[in-house]
Design a protein around this ligand. Sequence first.
Ligand SMILES: [Zn+2]
Length: 355
Amino acid sequence: MTDDIQRPDLSPSTFAMPDGRSLHLYGNFSNAPVWPPGEGHVRGYSHRRWHPVRREWVVYSAHRQGRTFKPTTDCPLCPNSPDGEIPVDDFEIAVFDNRFSSFQKDCPRPAPIPGLDLPVDSAAGNCEVIVYSADHMATIGSLSQGRRELLVRVWGERVRALMALDEVAAVMPFENRGEEAGVTLHHPHGQIYAFSYMPPVIETMAQSFRDGYAIQPLTKLDAYRTADAETACALVPPFARFPFESWIVPKTFRASPADLTDAEVRDVAKLLSVVSRKYDAHFGRICAYVMIVYLAPKGMEDFFPFHIEYCPLLRASNKLKYLAGCELGSGSFLADLVPENTAKILQNIKMEEVS
Ligand SMILES: [Zn+2]
């Protein structure tokens, strides 16, 4: 299947799954999905409670903990896998509602907790899984440039679709990569969370950007730039919290991946490959990381910049960066490497141009 064609029309083909969830197929796919007969999976609802000391919401999803685990060696993200999520012969990018979603579009309001004056609310929103390829062994670094460009465009399209829902306040695509990040499915995929409230980290970032902090000047700092393209670059932020933290930042302010020009889509897609391959080259193994796509929450499109942050969980090939007492207890990060030195290490790993 060819996958390097620019597709201006990104309308997905959307199919209703037997349990009411949606499957969206982007790009080319071989055939309409066919699910085995049955009622599908029973869905549960989450709720959130206010943490009055930390002043943040905690989301409770009892249906996730109690889910039946069907032992199987089949990958549910491979095409036509038994009990899989994508029953087609081949596809390019697939997006579907997470079977055990922490947030739900039709989430009911919970009852108050008897005897407690504790705010509770519905966990309205959505959780989607985004599968980058039908190839179980692919990685974001090994995908073709055309497929990565399609991925960046699909992020934009999902953001647009989810932000159009009245209850959605903020959308955050992300990828957990590697076993140390808790990933048991190696099939290349990420997730897209849609929140009905402002999560605390995004709220703090919004305050900084509202107050005038801008990230675009970081792209001009030669000492911190680790990979450059015409319209975007990868860099180590001078205030990195994680050893080997990297950001991908467009050189011009954009609020969302949906707002990128064709050239910016091309460059962000290239840098996605370069950053992850540099990590793997440096550590000599698949580097576990959490990659977060930050974008403007609803109503903040004038000042909140789209950018991508990588939090690698390794500090050496056999050493994990643990969030321990100081980080979890106080919120203060302790780093062993100063960002200037991290940047030098990553600058010295040369990657061939991705075609
Ligand atoms: Zn698979």
